[in-house]
Ligand binder design. Sequence first.
Ligand code: S3P
Length: 175
Amino acid sequence: MLTRSIVLIGLTGSGKTTVGKRLAKQLKCSFVDSDDVVLQIAGKSVRDIFEQDGEHAFRDLESRALEVIFADNTPKVIAAAGGSVLAESNRQVIANSDSTVVWLDVEPSNLLRRVTVGSHRPLLDGDASAALTAMSTERRSLYAQLADLQVDANVHDINRVVKTVLKHVADGDHK
Ligand code: S3P
């Protein structure tokens, strides 16, 4: 049984949602994605928030979503959207949450092949390659700062990523 929540962090397209859903299934616990909670709070999509209200409004909603998610102590798997680590207050919420924080680390060039541009990723609408590189440069140290476990998620086999996380969690539980 999962005793502490698992928080997945990492750049957009790094596989947080796919890996998170598989982990939750294996661990028989719930899965929550901060973008979904933003949508619930705002009553509109991430894209609509960016286009109608701007990134600043989205970041405020993202902070509220993280507060809502972490206010509930039931152990679960949480995907924290790529930009969640930007605000110091969000980083504190995650760091103080007594969760296992897992960074899915993927090179921007590999991300470019994977991401679905459009949908909930308005920041990639222009030059997606440049945007991903800039995000990586800005955020790598923030992900590293927060992570209990850094997983090389460049691999194609998502099951390997899932297994690595499960092993880390199981080892931790026996300490
Ligand atoms: C963002 C990542 C997206 C979404 C929004 C902004 C970012 O979520 O929250 O487009 O700043 O990296 P995912 O990381 O789930 O793709």
